[in-house]
Design a protein around this ligand. Structure first.
Ligand code: PMP
Length: 354
């Protein structure tokens, strides 16, 4: 009964969302702060009669709002059900095996190889520099063998940012007929966006999410910014899959959230501040912490394996993410929670490490 394709498919493993007990959840990079209170009022005021109709398949009002937030016309904005879905559409729209492999960093978001297997695309994992930063030289060396490039900025799970001048240098040397997709899921925590480069490089596509910097992971909204041609291609993919990936209620909440930029700016500055203090505390107690511009840190404690750290923390009610992958298996990825969450983390590890 099963297709050959599904028999061979190895799906992405999302971070645990256990329901057995309550944990301090520092494993899936959600924002520790709630979305604006005003969403409650908005929900109460929604016209439920509208639910009998299909929602706007073009998400026109939301694309208009996002466009004005980023200084782009709505024709250059695509929205869909979480940035994972947007990324998946990008793989289908911009990469193909006849032109080469998909290029991405060897240590990166582990969904990328899953999309490659889903769409039957070969890929090239480009080695990182010894300090775990992504290497634009490696990307350029492999550019000719690729059908395009994708990387998160800041990278996940390292949290390391590629600075805009390096991105500019990469884009100006990368073949202009191949897409460069920058996944800016974690850009709202201090990193600089590649947005100002969009007009100069029509092959650049930026993917964003409401899940991290807008504290709306439960809503499932992601979007892409690019040329009109790129956005049209994403619509073609979406319309061959699902005409209405974003329901009426999500579109309304997302439009409202676009008007709350100041609330999110303050909230994310808090997260970045907690990250700085938490990192200092880890370093003081002998941890190695990669320099993060995201809402998580990637860290290791010499003398204990990443897996043991993960297990000991879990036993004590704290969830972090461990990746069972050579070169990074000594590390754990720790989401930045509230200052109280991070104090509990530090207190807990100090007890079992001593
Ligand atoms: N990109 C990266 C790098 C991520 O870590 C995540 C979250 N797992 C996503 C995209 C997807 O986020 P969402 O689907 O919630 O928008």
């Amino acid at each position: 009964m099963l297709s050959e394709a599904v028999k061979n498919l190895v799906p992405y493993t999302a971070g645990e969302q256990p329901q057995d007990r309550s944990y301090i959840k520092l494993n899936t990079n959600e924002n520790p702060y709630p979305p604006p209170e005003s969403i409650k009022k908005l929900l109460g005021s929604l016209d439920t009669e509208r639910l009998k109709f299909y929602p706007d398949p073009l998400c026109s009002r939301l694309r208009e709002k996002l466009g004005s937030l980023h200084g782009l016309p709505p024709e250059r904005v695509f929205v869909s059900n979480g940035s994972d879905e947007v990324l998946s559409f990008c793989f289908y729209a911009f990469f193909d095996r006849n032109r080469g492999s998909v290029l991405f960093p060897a240590v990166t978001y582990s969904f990328y190889p899953v999309y490659c297997s889903f769409y039957n695309l070969p890929y090239i994992p480009a080695l990182l520099n010894p300090d775990f930063s992504v290497s634009i030289d490696r990307f350029l060396q492999e550019a000719a063998n690729s059908s395009g490039l994708i990387f998160p900025n800041p990278n996940a799970p390292t949290g390391i940012l590629l600075e805009p001048d390096k991105i500019e240098s990469l884009l100006s040397r990368f073949p202009q007929d191949k897409a460069v997709i920058i996944d800016e899921a974690y850009i709202d925590f201090g990193g600089k966006s590649a947005l100002p480069l969009l007009d100069r490089f029509p092959n650049l596509v930026i993917v964003r999410t409401f899940s991290k910097g807008m504290s709306l992971a439960g809503l499932r909204i992601g979007y892409a910014l690019g040329s009109k041609e790129a956005v049209n291609a994403l619509f073609t993919v979406k319309d061959s899959f699902n005409s209405y990936p974003l329901d009426y209620i999500s579109q309304e909440i997302a439009c409202h959230a676009c008007d709350q930029a100041e609330y999110f700016r303050k909230m994310n500055a808090e997260v970045a501040n907690t990250r700085t203090i938490f990192t200092e505390n880890l370093v003081k107690t002998g941890w190695q912490v990669l320099p993060s511009q995201a809402n998580f840190v990637f860290a290791r404690k010499p003398g204990i394996s990443g897996r043991d750290l993960y297990l000991k923390l879990k036993e004590r009610g704290i969830l972090v993410r461990h990746f069972n992958k050579e070169t990074i298996d000594q590390f754990v990825r720790i989401t930045i929670g509230t200052p109280a969450d991070m104090d509990i983390f530090l207190h807990t590890v100090s007890r079992f490490l001593n």
